[in-house]
Design a protein around this ligand. Structure first.
Ligand code: DQA
Length: 147
Protein backbone atom coordinates (compact mmCIF):
# COMPACT_ATOMS: atom_id res chain seq x y z
CA UNK A 1 0.00 0.00 0.00
CA UNK A 2 1.26 3.51 -0.81
CA UNK A 3 2.43 5.45 2.23
CA UNK A 4 1.78 9.18 2.67
CA UNK A 5 3.37 11.32 5.37
CA UNK A 6 1.30 14.11 6.95
CA UNK A 7 3.51 16.79 8.51
CA UNK A 8 2.15 19.40 10.91
CA UNK A 9 4.42 22.32 11.74
CA UNK A 10 4.78 24.48 14.87
CA UNK A 11 1.88 25.40 17.14
CA UNK A 12 -0.54 23.11 15.33
CA UNK A 13 -0.45 20.91 18.44
CA UNK A 14 -2.41 23.75 20.06
CA UNK A 15 -5.33 23.54 17.63
CA UNK A 16 -8.62 23.54 19.50
CA UNK A 17 -7.60 26.39 21.80
CA UNK A 18 -5.28 28.45 19.60
CA UNK A 19 -6.80 31.56 17.92
CA UNK A 20 -10.11 29.75 17.49
CA UNK A 21 -11.55 32.68 15.53
CA UNK A 22 -9.05 31.81 12.78
CA UNK A 23 -8.39 28.08 13.15
CA UNK A 24 -11.67 26.86 14.66
CA UNK A 25 -12.12 24.49 17.59
CA UNK A 26 -11.01 21.25 15.98
CA UNK A 27 -8.02 19.57 17.62
CA UNK A 28 -5.04 18.11 15.81
CA UNK A 29 -6.01 14.70 17.13
CA UNK A 30 -9.44 15.03 15.48
CA UNK A 31 -7.88 16.13 12.19
CA UNK A 32 -5.56 13.12 12.27
CA UNK A 33 -8.53 10.82 12.95
CA UNK A 34 -10.45 12.28 9.98
CA UNK A 35 -7.37 11.69 7.81
CA UNK A 36 -6.94 8.11 9.08
CA UNK A 37 -10.56 7.36 8.13
CA UNK A 38 -10.16 8.96 4.72
CA UNK A 39 -6.94 7.03 4.12
CA UNK A 40 -8.89 3.78 4.59
CA UNK A 41 -11.44 4.97 1.99
CA UNK A 42 -8.66 5.94 -0.40
CA UNK A 43 -6.73 2.73 0.08
CA UNK A 44 -3.52 4.41 1.25
CA UNK A 45 -1.57 4.27 4.49
CA UNK A 46 -0.75 7.48 6.36
CA UNK A 47 1.59 8.44 9.13
CA UNK A 48 1.17 11.74 10.99
CA UNK A 49 3.95 13.82 12.51
CA UNK A 50 3.90 17.16 14.36
CA UNK A 51 6.91 19.13 15.47
CA UNK A 52 7.65 22.59 16.79
CA UNK A 53 11.28 22.23 15.65
CA UNK A 54 12.48 23.07 12.15
CA UNK A 55 15.38 20.59 12.23
CA UNK A 56 13.10 17.70 13.21
CA UNK A 57 10.85 18.45 10.25
CA UNK A 58 13.88 18.61 7.94
CA UNK A 59 15.09 15.25 9.28
CA UNK A 60 11.68 13.63 8.81
CA UNK A 61 11.60 14.85 5.20
CA UNK A 62 15.14 13.57 4.58
CA UNK A 63 14.19 10.15 6.00
CA UNK A 64 11.06 9.88 3.86
CA UNK A 65 12.43 7.67 1.10
CA UNK A 66 14.13 5.31 3.58
CA UNK A 67 10.81 5.20 5.49
CA UNK A 68 8.93 4.37 2.29
CA UNK A 69 6.80 7.51 1.87
CA UNK A 70 5.88 8.42 -1.68
CA UNK A 71 4.05 11.72 -1.05
CA UNK A 72 3.78 14.42 1.61
CA UNK A 73 0.92 16.56 2.84
CA UNK A 74 2.51 19.37 4.83
CA UNK A 75 1.17 22.29 6.80
CA UNK A 76 4.47 24.04 7.53
CA UNK A 77 2.58 26.59 9.70
CA UNK A 78 4.82 29.58 10.55
CA UNK A 79 7.78 27.91 8.79
CA UNK A 80 5.85 28.41 5.55
CA UNK A 81 7.01 31.98 5.60
CA UNK A 82 10.56 31.56 6.90
CA UNK A 83 12.09 28.16 6.27
CA UNK A 84 14.61 27.83 3.48
CA UNK A 85 15.71 24.60 5.20
CA UNK A 86 12.31 22.89 4.84
CA UNK A 87 11.97 24.10 1.28
CA UNK A 88 15.44 22.78 0.40
CA UNK A 89 14.72 19.42 2.08
CA UNK A 90 11.55 18.96 -0.01
CA UNK A 91 13.46 19.89 -3.17
CA UNK A 92 16.32 17.55 -2.24
CA UNK A 93 14.23 14.42 -1.66
CA UNK A 94 12.01 15.10 -4.65
CA UNK A 95 8.89 13.59 -3.04
CA UNK A 96 5.59 15.03 -4.39
CA UNK A 97 4.33 17.51 -1.81
CA UNK A 98 0.95 19.11 -1.23
CA UNK A 99 1.09 22.26 0.93
CA UNK A 100 -2.00 22.87 3.03
CA UNK A 101 -3.23 25.64 5.32
CA UNK A 102 -6.32 25.83 7.47
CA UNK A 103 -6.67 29.57 6.90
CA UNK A 104 -6.47 31.44 3.61
CA UNK A 105 -2.93 32.78 3.93
CA UNK A 106 -3.57 35.19 1.05
CA UNK A 107 -6.34 37.01 2.92
CA UNK A 108 -4.30 37.65 6.08
CA UNK A 109 -1.24 39.74 7.02
CA UNK A 110 1.19 40.56 4.22
CA UNK A 111 3.97 38.41 5.71
CA UNK A 112 1.73 35.34 5.39
CA UNK A 113 1.18 35.92 1.67
CA UNK A 114 4.71 34.72 0.94
CA UNK A 115 5.28 30.96 1.06
CA UNK A 116 8.83 29.70 0.64
CA UNK A 117 7.39 26.20 0.29
CA UNK A 118 4.93 26.73 -2.60
CA UNK A 119 7.59 26.82 -5.37
CA UNK A 120 8.65 23.26 -4.48
CA UNK A 121 5.10 21.97 -3.83
CA UNK A 122 2.96 20.34 -6.50
CA UNK A 123 0.05 22.44 -5.32
CA UNK A 124 -1.36 24.45 -2.44
CA UNK A 125 -4.72 24.19 -0.64
CA UNK A 126 -5.44 27.10 1.67
CA UNK A 127 -8.51 28.38 3.46
CA UNK A 128 -10.83 25.40 3.90
CA UNK A 129 -10.18 24.68 7.58
CA UNK A 130 -9.82 20.98 8.36
CA UNK A 131 -11.02 20.19 4.82
CA UNK A 132 -7.76 21.63 3.45
CA UNK A 133 -6.06 18.52 4.87
CA UNK A 134 -8.75 16.25 3.46
CA UNK A 135 -8.42 17.73 -0.02
CA UNK A 136 -4.65 17.58 0.34
CA UNK A 137 -4.75 13.90 1.25
CA UNK A 138 -7.02 13.13 -1.71
CA UNK A 139 -4.62 14.94 -4.04
CA UNK A 140 -1.61 13.15 -2.55
CA UNK A 141 -3.33 9.74 -2.81
CA UNK A 142 -4.12 10.39 -6.47
CA UNK A 143 -0.50 11.28 -7.15
CA UNK A 144 0.88 8.38 -5.09
CA UNK A 145 -1.21 5.85 -7.00
CA UNK A 146 0.27 7.05 -10.29
CA UNK A 147 3.87 6.64 -9.08
C1 DQA B 1 -1.22 28.19 8.93
C2 DQA B 1 -1.00 29.64 8.48
C3 DQA B 1 0.33 30.16 8.96
O1 DQA B 1 0.53 31.51 8.53
C4 DQA B 1 0.40 30.13 10.47
O2 DQA B 1 1.68 30.54 10.91
C5 DQA B 1 0.02 28.82 11.04
C6 DQA B 1 -1.06 28.06 10.43
C7 DQA B 1 -2.62 27.68 8.57
O3 DQA B 1 -2.81 26.46 8.62
O4 DQA B 1 -3.53 28.47 8.26
O5 DQA B 1 0.56 28.40 12.06
O6 DQA B 1 -0.28 27.38 8.27
Amino acid sequence: MKKILIIHGPNLNLLGTRETNIYGRITLESINKILEDEAVNLGVEISTFQSNHEGEIVQKIQDAKKDGFCAFVINPAAYTHTSVAIRDAIAAVNVPTIEVHLSNIYSREDFRKISLISPVAMGVISGFGQDSYLFGLRAAAGIAKKI
